[in-house]
Design a protein around this ligand. Structure first.
Ligand code: PRP
Length: 213
């Protein structure tokens, strides 16, 4: 992989621990969702590092001092379905964030994303958008989401994924060099069905217990 300034890898023991549970085929849906949630909070720590804050005054039990509040409009953009499980963990950290949904699924034959829900307003975009999707495989879904947000007029684009493939992350970094990509791990390859290998399977099905559909 070439050097990618926009790529932020979460190299941390806690991330490795939770990721191992998420990867394991023996992890059941409830636990899968919980471990994904923990990873999202860890990813968010780095991804929100540059949010603008404004000074405020706070009175402690002892005296008055300076505090800070987040001072920018942040939009969380979960890609349905799997991204839904990433919303609540982020809202615990950013309760004032706006949530804008995008519905995409990957066509099983072509592996191309198919859009089925987009309801972004005309104008008045958020200042920072954080796309939420646990998996970045070919990168097709992420490109579609980032393109929709760019057209809306969002100035700062971020992408949070638990896992990415090397080719997928390269594609996104090439098409959207201005976006920052925050992932726990980049796996080396995709198989002939465009699944990340070694990967974690299908995050949507594992989150929502629809493997048997
Ligand atoms: C998965 C995943 C991403 C997409 C990644 O969704 O959650 O949205 O595929 O693949 P790509 O990088 O090649 O576009 P899926 O189509 O399985 O839908 P789901 O979330 O409803 O299960």
């Amino acid at each position: 992989m070439d050097a990618m300034p926009g790529l932020h890898l979460l190299d941390h023991p806690l991330a490795k621990h939770h990721l191992t549970h998420v990867r394991s085929r023996d992890t059941q849906p409830g636990e899968f969702r919980r471990h994904v949630g923990e990873l999202v909070k860890l990813l968010a720590f780095d991804a929100t590092r540059d949010l603008r804050v404004r000074e405020t005054t706070v009175i402690t039990p002892l005296c008055e001092t300076t505090g800070h509040v987040i001072d920018e409009r942040v939009g969380l953009v979960p890609i349905l379905r799997a991204g839904l499980g990433m919303v609540d963990p982020l809202l615990t950290l950013l309760p004032e964030a706006e949530v804008w949904h995008l519905g995409l699924y990957r066509d099983e034959q072509t592996a191309r994303p198919v859009e089925y829900y987009r309801k972004l307003p005309e104008g008045n975009p958020v200042e920072t958008a954080i796309v939420l999707d646990p998996m970045l495989a070919t990168g097709g879904s992420a490109l579609l989401a980032l393109d929709a947000l760019k057209k809306w007029g969002v100035a700062r684009l971020k992408l949070l994924a638990v896992i990415a493939s090397a080719p997928g992350v390269e594609t996104v970094a090439q098409e959207f060099p201005e976006a920052s990509i925050h992932v726990c791990v980049v796996d080396p390859e995709l198989n002939d069905r465009k699944f990340i290998v070694p990967g974690l399977g299908d995050a949507g099905d594992r989150s929502f217990n629809t493997l048997g559909e």
